[in-house]
Structures are given as structure tokens and as C-alpha cells.
Design a protein around this ligand. Sequence first.
Ligand code: TNX
Length: 549
Amino acid sequence: MAPAVAAFVLAGLLAACAGGSSSSGSNGTDGSDDGDGSTQATAAPVILEPVVEPVRPGSFGQVIPEPTSVTRGQGQFLLRPETTVVMDAGAEADGAVAVLQRTVGESLDLELAVQRDDVPPDPAVPTITFTSVGADVDLGREGYELTISDEDIRILARGRAGFGWAVQTIRQLLPAETFGPTGQDGTYALPVGTVRDVPRYAWRGAMLDVTRHFYGVDDVKAFIDEIATYKLNRLHLHLSDDQGWRIEILSHPELAVIGGRTQVGGGEGGFFTQDQYRELVAYAAELGIVVVPEIDLPGHTNAALNADPQLNCDGIAPDPYTGTQVGFSSLCIDLDYTYEWLDDVIGELAELTPGDWIHIGGDESHSTAHADYVHFVEKATAIVADHGKIPMGWEEIGQADLELPAVIQHWSNADTARAGSAQGADVVLSPAPVLYFDMKYRADGPVGNKWAGYTDTRDVYDWDPAAALSGVDGYQVIGLEAPLWTELVTTLDEVQLMTLPRIPAMAEVAWNPGEGRTWDEFAARLATHAPRWDALEWTWTRDTGIPWP
Ligand code: TNX
């Protein structure tokens, strides 16, 4: 369809929707949602032709990140109690189906029983089919095609992630209350149409610092739920720092037992046992998220130096540290023990990590001499590679000779980041003035830091990652990641306050290349997510400039 025709049809559709305003979101129920969530199958507006992108509020739900292409049809699919899931034998959809069952299924009291595709489906039963048959290469590892007719739903993808993201889209096409606890009343409808959706960047991440303040399994799962809703696919866990060591290491138990006892301000700290950590990795994997563990080295190591005296050049352990300074600690670079210890730690971490990457930190090693720093990074990255993983580090590691593959994470100094990319390393962008979500939204924000400036939701949304690091080839930038440091962030409520709504804004920048995206349109769509967060009892910031309900 020619763009002009698409625009004409879109205009007609918007006029047909109740009120005709660009924020008349009825979650795709064509205005027939009577306001209490129940939906009648009648009263669809008259639409002469399907609408082709761009997607706009009221045209096909309020999905964030905005899908890269949508074709809107007429009518709706009703989710009925007998709705059955069909899994094609070749489809790696178990995780996605489990997520569908425990979100939409539990909320609406639907069993969503699974049937293999070798059993011919009863034509009277509405089905949701997951299949890879005919999925084209352009869908990549994470893309999906979601086709909703008035009789059934078909999800086409090449792998786990694509099926998972299709399920997140389905969730968002339903009304807000379907995000709530079990037993929602009513019949819920999905709009008829096709979404074909492929992400812009392969790395769409968030980092949670569990060291400065410890967050336990349930808190981390809640954070995983939040980022998965917006199709982020990497959870970087900052597991060690001066103030705490948070992962059990069986060959050096004192690291967690002693190093886990502290946190900023003197609270009791904590750590993950390896079983708990495996549970988190599996929980994330089901939602399409790879966990990237970080052990910060050779600085940011006071907790380890305190727990194991042998790591110190003089054999004397320093006192525990519960303040917020950085740059004062360093492993002893000349000791053989340092590398034996590191090999043990990285070896156990590699065993716990199905993902490709292990992050060795490398930031702010201000008390390590430059030559020592370079020597250490070369040894540490080699140890990671020996354990079959790709070394990743903050941009400073680009000062060392890097064996490829390697990933550097840009946060502060573009020249340092370029030194790594010039060696061929992949680059993840986390520039502090835009993506450090420990910064306050604005001066009067209740929680947060300000050293990198204030960052409101619009700053995140309007940022252009393609222009962020001049002189670095576009293909080397594999994606974006928002770090949440927690010196000043002390509870899960505050984690959510700092990341909602900035995570959805970043997620859309990372997913959708943006032709036709505008802040005003996004802000209207974003506002419709607040009732979803409320239904989930997630805390969020009522940032300004967004038409919240
Ligand atoms: C800088 S960013 C740090 C962290 C702090 C953070 C606070 C980076 C690689 N290092 O150690 O927690 O600032 O905003």
C-alpha cells in the first residue's frame, strides 16, 4: 500500500475510534470495551482496508517498544476458557508458553493447555500456535511474526527469544487489568492484525548493582519481570565491589560468607548461594534474558581483600568498607595467588553461566599503577577466554591489548572507549549522562545521584545512540545497557522508581530504529502503561511531560 493510502486509512481508523483522539487507547478492542474490561464482539468500527504502519495509539494497542511493523485488520480474537496452545514439534517455545500460562493464563484463569501439532486440532477450539515452519532468515534470533485472526493466533519465530517477545506483545495488547493477580472477570479480546517485529540492537540490557545494597532472589526476579516486559534481553549483575561480595564461590567460601556481610551504610548485606543464582539464571532464561555476571577487578575489591588476607601484597586484610568512595582498593598484581584465585572464581562463574559473557569490571582502578593495570587485564581476559567465555569490561579495559572477541562498555570517556573499539572489540553503550538510572530525573527527585546530571524520561527517549560515539563503526555497537548503581537506591520500590518509566523509554530506542517515532506519541502510549504497573504493584515515577491517567 502506498504511504498516502496508508495515511488515509489510518486517519479514517482514528476517526472511527471513540473520540478519535490519538490517545483513545482501547487496547485494540475497537472502542467496544465497555470500561470494566468486558468486551463485546460487536461494534467494531468500519474499516475498509487494513492499516499498514506506522503504529499509533488506538490503531493496534499500546505496545512498548513499538513494533517495527504492523498491519491492522478488522475484528478481534476472543480469549475463551477453551483456548488451546499448539506447539509445532520444531518450535523452541516451551519457555514462552510457560510465561504465557503464568501471566495471561493465571490472570484470566485460563488453563491454556498445550497440544502437540501431531494431534489434529478441533476446529471449534480457538488456538494459539507457536511454530518455526516457514520462519524466514530476516526474523533473526529474536524477531517474530504474530498473526491474530478472529479465530486463532499464530506466532512464527526462529527461536526461543522470538517466541518470548511475541508473548510480551500479546500481554500488552490486552487491557491493563490482565497484568493483575489471578481471577480477572470478563472476556478479553485481541485486535486482528499482523505484527512483524525485529529488534534494532542485539544487546538490550539493564545492570543491577547488588553490591552497594543487596537485593535478594525475589527482588531480582521482580526486576527481571520488569525488563522482560519491555523486551530487554540482558541482565548484567554487578556481583562484587568494595562494599560486598554477593556470589557463593565453593573453592573460596570466605568470599561470600565474610565478604557478603556488609553493604553501604552498614546493613547486613547478603549473597546468592550457587543454587539461588542458578534459579535466577533459569528464571531469566525462560523470559529470554541472558544473565551477565560481573566480578569487578582489579579495583573495587575491598570486600574480597577483606575476606581473604592472601590476596593482599602484605598479607594483611583491610577493614570492611561501607562508605561510597571508589578507586582506593586493588588486587595485588604481582602475586601468583591472585591469578590462581581468579582462575577458581572465573571457573565457577563460567559453570554457572550459560550465556557467552563474563564481565571483569576494570573501571576506576585508580590505585593500580597503569602498567600493572594493563598486565592484569591481559591476564584476566585470558582467564575468561580459557573458560570458554567472552570477556567484557568497562571501557578502561581498552587500554590493554585485547584478544578478540571482547566487549567494552562505554560509560564515561569516549577516547578510552575508542581505544577498545579500535582493536575490534564490540561496544555496548551506557553513557552516564543518559543511561545511568541512579541519576535523579530532576533536581527535586526523592532518590538518586547527580554527578552525571539529571536525566528525565524524555532525555532517554530523544537520545540517538547511532550518534553517541563518533569514530566507532556502527556495526561494532552491539547495543545499549542502563546501569542502576545502588549506593543511594536501597529498596525494590526505589529500584522501580528509578527505572520506571526510563526502562521502557530506553527499550524502545534499543528496539525500534525510529522512523516516525515522536516523543509526544510515545508519551501518550507510555501513560497507558501506568495502570499495568499499578496492577502489578510496581512503584513508578510520575515524571513530568507525560499525560498520566
Ligand atoms: C561510577 S560507572 C562507577 C560506579 C559507581 C557509579 C555511581 C562505573 C563503571 N563506576 O562504581 O557506583 O559511578 O553513579
